[in-house]
Design a protein around this ligand. Structure first.
Ligand code: HEM
Length: 174
C-alpha cells in the first residue's frame, strides 16, 4: 500500500516516517471500531426497549379486557396470554434493554443531568413493570381487586414515561 493510505490523505502530514503512518492508520481503525460498537449497541438498546414497550403497552390492555370477562374459557385464555407475554417477552426484553443501556452509559462515558433524570424515569418504569407482575399474579389467582376503568388509567403511565425519556435523550437539555 502506498503511503499515506487513501483514508489518511485527507489529513496530510509533511514528511512523516512510514511507521508513523502505520500508527495513525491503527488509531483510525480503532476509532472506526469504537464508532461501530457504539452504533451497534445503541441499535440493540433501541430494539430491546421497543420489545419491552410492546409488553408494557399490551399487558395492561389485556388486564382491561380480563377484568370484564366472566366466561371460564375467556378467563383461562387471558391467564395464559398474560403469563407468556410477561415471562417470555417483557422481562427478558427489560433485562436486555437495561443491560445495553448500562453498557452504553459506562462503556462510552455518557454523563449529564439528562442521564440522571432519564435513570429516575427508568426506575419508575421498572416499578411499573413489577406492578404489572403483581396484577398478573392476582388475576392468575382470580383475586383481581380492580375495575376495568382502573386498568385503562394504569395503561397511560408508560406512554408518559416513554415521552419523557425520548425527549430527554434526544434534546439532552441539561
Ligand atoms: C439502565 C437504563 C438505561 C440506561 C443506562 C440508558 C443509557 C443510554 C445511553 C448512554 C444512550 C446513548 C445516548 C446517545 O447516544 O446520545 C441511550 C440511548 C437511548 N436510550 Fe437509553 N438507557 C436506559 C434505558 C432506556 C429506556 C428504558 C428507554 C426507553 C424508554 C431508552 C431510550 C433510549 C433512546 C430512544 C436512545 C437513543 C437516543 C439517541 O439516539 O439520541 N433508554 N440510552
Amino acid at each position: 500500500m502506498s503511503f499515506p493510505p487513501f483514508f489518511l490523505r485527507r489529513f496530510p502530514k509533511a514528511n512523516l516516517p512510514s511507521h508513523l503512518y502505520l500508527t495513525q492508520a491503527l488509531s483510525f481503525l480503532t476509532y472506526l471500531f469504537v464508532i461501530f460498537m457504539y452504533e451497534t449497541l445503541k441499535s440493540l438498546h433501541l430494539i430491546f426497549v421497543i420489545s419491552w414497550f410492546a409488553g408494557l403497552f399490551y399487558l395492561p390492555r389485556l388486564f382491561v379486557y380480563h377484568a370484564s370477562t366472566e366466561d371460564r374459557l375467556g378467563i383461562e385464555r387471558f391467564k395464559v396470554m398474560e403469563h407468556k407475554l410477561f415471562n417470555y417477552i417483557m422481562t427478558p426484553a427489560m433485562i436486555l434493554a437495561l443491560g445495553a443501556g448500562t453498557w452504553l452509559w459506562l462503556g462510552f462515558g455518557f454523563e449529564g443531568g439528562w442521564l440522571h433524570l432519564k435513570l429516575l424515569l427508568v426506575v419508575l418504569l421498572v416499578i411499573y413493570h413489577f406492578f404489572c407482575y403483581r396484577f398478573m399474579i392476582l388475576f392468575a389467582e382470580e383475586l383481581n381487586p380492580h375495575s376495568e376503568r382502573f386498568y385503562r388509567i394504569f395503561n397511560e403511565a408508560p406512554t408518559l414515561l416513554l415521552a419523557g425519556i425520548v425527549f430527554l435523550v434526544v434534546f439532552k437539555p441539561f
